[in-house]
Design a binder for this molecule. Structure first.
Ligand code: ACO
Length: 428
């Protein structure tokens, strides 16, 4: 809907651009014809003021600390639903009926195994390879194994590829872990829940039965829900950009995994726990707070701050509760949790953090929980990738079905040399 106009004055001429209104959230100025009408580009590195697409999946109000998936608040989904239900919701737009949920869960469970030949891929990696390096490689390689779901013009194939990715990701992540510790791969067991199956493939061994701890299962389920989607973040935008060229879904998700790996994005949960461990005890917190505030020190409080949230990340609130539950259940007395709680309190009352609106994000407490469950820090981002896959495929499907979709091709402000003649090497 475009009923308003924004006027831009450039070179003495006024140009009108339609203003579009979403169902909620800021308006957008549709500048698609800007270059054709004025010969100018916009300049927005980091896309702080750019809506790159239209989407009906996830809404964030960063000032209020609100996160909605298809309209449903994240805290309600985290408390009341299952990961399969949230996956269905993200992919299909509505919560499933009982029958729809059963069928969806059954379908996902039928795709949990990996092509057996893929296990030989793992053996090509060093044992100390980072799980994210393995995830990028193996997920990209899926396109070499599942040719029957790479025709992106066929909605049925797109859906099968989406189901495969959601179903196989726990198997792929668990195998990366097993490989790193030299234990045999554990095949999926489809009678378990999505999360229970993942825990068994990760921590079970063929020599013994594995009992899923319901508190841990519930915590993992909630962690997966909290990470399932987050609007047009860096990795999702990467998936969309890769997909905009018509690349197959497995390649696009591998691109998303690569982007997620960075410490400013998914890698922050690993970095946050490493930081808390480095701080070690509450007495050292002021030293680290001072470093975070020092302009000449590149150190930042990991797990703090967010491009969109200028308020408490609603996922961090849920995560803090889970940390208490899991540590209580497992009887873990981790000093790192005390450091985290105290650091949070100090930062929340410090002028620097208040002025810059820096609050804990989802990664601040997730490392504490994952570590208590038994995951090494190197697995944290792989777990994030596992959960975010559903968001990536939902966003990718939405993009492919969008009749206005075009290849993503940003322009630039060129500041390099202007045209000049080649000089032979002897004369330089
Ligand atoms: N510690 C100390 N200062 C910070 C922090 C932090 N964690 N985050 C931002 N700032 C300061 C910056 O130095 C900057 O100060 P200045 O205006 O005086 O230069 C100001 O706050 C704004 O920071 P930007 O980097 O411009 O904000 P941006 O929106 O680009 O960055 C980001 C957001 C990357 C998340 C940043 O807050 C950060 O690096 N946080 C730590 C890493 C982290 O936890 N990432 C996880 C994000 S959530 C997720 O991916 C799931």
């Amino acid at each position: 809907m475009a009923d308003d106009q924004a006027t831009l004055s450039l070179g003495g001429k006024d140009q009108g651009f339609p203003v579009r209104h979403g169902s909620v959230g800021p308006d957008v100025i549709d500048i698609r014809k800007l270059y054709a009408q004025t010969g100018a580009f916009t300049y927005d590195p980091g896309f702080t003021s750019t809506a790159a697409c239209e989407s009906a999946i996830t809404y964030i109000d960063g000032d209020e600390g609100i996160l909605l998936h298809r309209g449903y608040p994240i805290d309600q989904l985290a408390e009341k639903s299952t990961f399969m239900e949230v996956s269905y919701l993200l992919l299909n737009g509505e919560l499933p009926s009982k029958g729809e949920l059963e069928r969806f869960t059954y379908t996902i469970s039928r795709h949990t195994m990996l092509h057996e030949q893929l296990s030989t891929f793992y053996r090509g990696f060093r044992r100390d390879a980072h799980p994210m390096a393995i995830m990028c490689g193996v997920v990209g390689a899926l396109s070499a194994f599942y040719h029957d779901s790479t025709d992106i013009t066929d909605p049925q194939q797109r859906m099968i590829a989406s189901h495969r990715l959601i179903a196989k990701m726990p198997t792929i992540a668990a195998m990366a872990y097993k490989y790193s510790i030299g234990q045999p791969f554990v095949y999926p067991q489809n009678s378990l829940t999505y999360t229970g199956n993942f825990l068994r493939m990760t921590f079970g061994v063929p020599a013994e039965p594995y009992e899923v701890n319901p508190v841990v299962e519930q915590a993992m389920r909630t962690i997966f829900i909290l990470h399932a989607d987050h609007e047009q973040n860096a990795s999702t935008s990467t998936v969309r950009l890769a997909g905009s060229s018509g690349a197959n879904p497995f390649a696009c998700i591998a691109a998303g995994i690569a982007c997620l790996w960075g410490p400013a994005h998914g890698g922050a949960n690993e970095a946050a726990l490493n930081m808390l461990r480095e701080i070690g005890r509450p007495e050292r917190i002021p030293e680290f707070i001072a470093r975070a505030k020092d302009k000449d020190d590149p150190f930042r409080l990991m797990g703090f701050g967010h491009r969109v949230y200028k308020n408490y990340d609603p996922r961090a609130k849920v995560m803090q509760k889970i940390a208490e539950q899991v540590l209580g259940e497992l009887g873990v007395d981790d000093p790192v949790f005390d450091v985290a709680r105290e650091l949070e309190q100090i930062a929340l009352h410090d002028d620097y953090f208040i002025e810059k609106k820096l609050y804990p994000n989802v990664d601040f407490y997730s490392g504490v929980v994952l570590s208590a469950i038994g995951f090494p820090t190197s697995m944290f981002t792989a777990l994030f990738a596992l959960a975010r896959t559903v968001g990536w495929v939902a966003q990718w499907n939405e993009m492919i079905s969008d009749p206005e979709q075009k290849i993503g091709r940003p322009r630039q402000l060129y500041t390099g040399a202007t045209q000049r003649d080649y000089v032979p090497v002897e004369q330089r």
